[in-house]
Design a protein around this ligand. Structure first.
Ligand code: MG
Length: 315
């Protein structure tokens, strides 16, 4: 990837210079891979389809295809991401009988974005695929699962360890399609050189815990090697579901001065400064705030009726 020159001006260059890798596998128990992903340009997404037969596969692929054109832009705005999601939802709902009707999919990931000239990860999540960030050797899940067990964890009725073994751990509460009208969560996260974003389907997190994932991310420096290794480890630990990983490394970022920030002498400019959802574990993330701090962009999460979306994969 060719480094950009800041003199090219805003809007024409990527706010974050990245290197990415991706891997996917059907796993050891399932005949089909219903996961899909996008890892190019300004968009890095994982979709985990559900619906039985080929339907889930069609739903996840349909969503990824709907976003593909947006990935060609150097950066993506919140409005553009929302428009992309609306397009994707419309296409899933329009799937014909026998070719995906009634199917659904999760969607999680990041777009490369700017706010007031600074570089941000713009995160999107619907369902229980996950987006993590590793920075300074610390791995944190940024997305909040839309799942029955996550809700029970938030109310204190389950510990995270109990949730991982709960019989309803595969039941999600929001999705694209599958009868859900749930709204996505969006977050702007300041980007810094050295950030590593991991996006994955639950086929990874069902087999490996966060400590195991962190160790692999810390060991495998090349993003493609890390993505492949994570999938291999998930298979070695059972491979009970389709497994997909997308890894995005920030090599450098732009800031409001038009300069490029390189990894050397990395500053502590990371930290979540704008969350829109009380459930995000902001306190666990490195503290605020980016230089020339920007006002939080408020994206209220609509109250949605909880549509239970049973996964066909519970076993
Ligand atoms: Mg899955």
């Amino acid at each position: 990837m060719t480094p950009h020159h800041p003199t090219a001006g805003p809007g024409t260059v990527a706010p974050i210079q990245v290197r990415a890798g991706a891997a996917t596998h059907a796993g050891r128990r399932r005949p089909n891979n219903e996961d899909a992903f996008l890892a190019q340009g300004s968009l890095y997404l994982v979709a985990d389809g559900m619906g039985g037969h080929a339907a889930g596969e069609i739903a996840s692929a349909t969503v990824i295809e709907a976003f593909a054109a947006l990935a060609n832009q150097p950066s993506v705005t919140l409005d553009e991401l929302r428009a992309g999601l609306a397009l994707a939802i419309g296409r899933v709902l329009a799937l014909p009988e026998g070719a995906g009707a009634g199917a659904g999919t999760t969607l999680s990931g990041v777009a490369l974005a700017t706010l007031d000239g600074n570089a941000y990860w713009l995160l999107l999540n619907l369902g229980d695929s996950r987006t993590y960030r590793m920075a300074g050797g610390v791995l944190k899940q940024i997305s909040v699962d839309h799942s029955v067990v996550q809700e029970l964890v938030e109310t204190g009725d389950l510990t995270p360890a109990q949730a991982a073994l709960h019989r309803e751990r595969n039941v999600i509460t929001r999705a694209i399609g599958a009868g859900s009208t749930g709204e996505p969560d969006y977050w702007f996260l300041p980007a810094a050189p050295g950030d590593r974003i991991l996006i994955c389907s639950d086929g990874l997190t069902g087999e490996l815990d966060d400590d195991q994932i962190r160790l692999i991310l810390a060991t495998e420096t090349a993003p493609q090697a890390a993505a492949t290794r994570l999938v291999h480890e998930a298979l070695l630990h059972g491979g009970r579901d389709n497994v997909t990983t997308v890894i995005v490394d920030a090599l450098s970022t732009i800031d409001a001065t038009g300069d490029e920030t390189m990894p050397s002498g990395a500053t502590d400019t990371e930290g979540l400064i704008a969350d829109f959802d009380d459930t995000i574990p902001r306190d666990e993330l490195p503290g605020p705030v980016a230089p020339g701090s920007v006002a939080p962009v408020l994206v209220p999460r609509a109250l949605v009726s909880r549509a239970l979306v049973p996964r066909s994969e519970a076993s």
